[in-house]
Design a binder for this molecule. Structure first.
Ligand SMILES: [Zn+2]
Ligand SMILES: [Zn+2]
Length: 297
């Protein structure tokens, strides 16, 4: 079930990732991201409860094309017969032209270890995909605009409602520490860098966070973690941007891949993976923790 994150903003947590629904029952609404593969039934039931049986969104806005944000995109778009909207620079990964750069688990940490079994390929959603309108408008919701916040991926976008300072950051940053195993159970709210094994340009990531901090938002809803709100979140986000640190090591730290409208052009060479041997053990721990989280919802 969608829980209310702000007026007209519903958050649905699916294992470790969030899906958002924007809009009020009876009016136009938009789904933001599409969770993990296999979650279309869950999302459709939650949407029917919030907006009424048979209600269809204006579309599904994909903040970027990572597997945990587009998993049910095709099923939902087919069921509702609606378009998928994304930034032009994310198109190569949504229309079968390019895979993302290979995930990089060499920095270590919880997400890095779990990422070894996570997909890093692109998707082909064919002609379901449309480019977001260049004027920053969001389909059906005049109070919202999208902002290009690249770094995590080239065409990553965040959403902002100026009227009451609600920021949907997606994976520009996280509101939980994705590197910590216990954070997946405790859900402790904490401004944190986006998923390290899947983030490809740390300098650009930092500039995007600075841009978002400049908005002085009052509600922070990210792709991973619980919602943070109140007068303290704007200064916290500013401090976070100022002291932002990429992982100490990693294949793309210091030498990001080169990407253009066609997708990935150039990759830095692989680097040694000091955590590979520990991967099996940590993966079992990760599975147990995820099973626990699931039972708590
Ligand atoms: Zn992502
Ligand atoms: Zn994500």
């Amino acid at each position: 079930m969608f829980e209310t994150a702000a007026p007209g903003v519903g958050r649905l947590g699916i294992v470790f990732v969030n899906v958002f629904a924007l809009g009020e029952p009876g009016g136009p609404w938009l789904l933001v991201d599409a969770g993990l593969a296999g979650s279309s039934g869950l999302i459709r039931r939650a949407a029917a409860r919030r907006f009424g049986a048979g209600a269809r969104p204006e579309g599904i806005l994909l903040t970027h094309g990572h597997f945990d944000h587009v998993g049910a995109a095709r099923d939902l778009a087919d069921a509702w017969e609606v378009p998928l909207y994304a930034h032009p620079l994310e198109m190569p990964y949504l229309t079968g032209r390019s895979d993302y750069p290979p995930r990089d688990p060499t920095m270590g940490g919880a997400m890095a270890q779990m990422s070894r079994l996570m997909p890093d390929h692109g998707y082909d959603f064919g002609d379901r995909v449309r480019e977001l309108s260049a004027d920053g408008g969001v389909p059906g919701l005049p109070g919202w605009r999208w902002l290009h916040t690249p770094g995590h991926t080239p065409g990553h976008v965040s959403l902002y409602r100026e009227e009451d300072g609600v920021l949907l950051a997606a994976d520009a940053f996280a509101t939980m520490n994705l590197d910590s195993w216990t954070a997946y159970v405790t859900r402790k709210r904490e401004l944190s860098r986006p998923s390290p094994p899947f983030t490809f340009d740390w300098g650009t990531t930092r500039r995007s966070i600075e841009k978002l901090a400049g908005l002085e938002p009052e509600v922070l809803a990210a792709g991973h973690g619980l919602v943070m709100e109140g007068t303290r979140v704007a200064p916290e986000l500013r401090d976070f941007a100022r002291s932002f640190t990429p992982p100490r090591r990693g294949r793309y730290v210091g030498s990001p891949p080169v990407a253009d409208e066609g997708g990935i052009e150039e990759l830095p060479p692989p680097v040694p993976d000091p955590y590979a041997r520990r991967a099996a053990g940590t993966f079992v721990v990760g599975l147990l923790l995820l099973a626990l989280t699931r039972r708590r919802r």
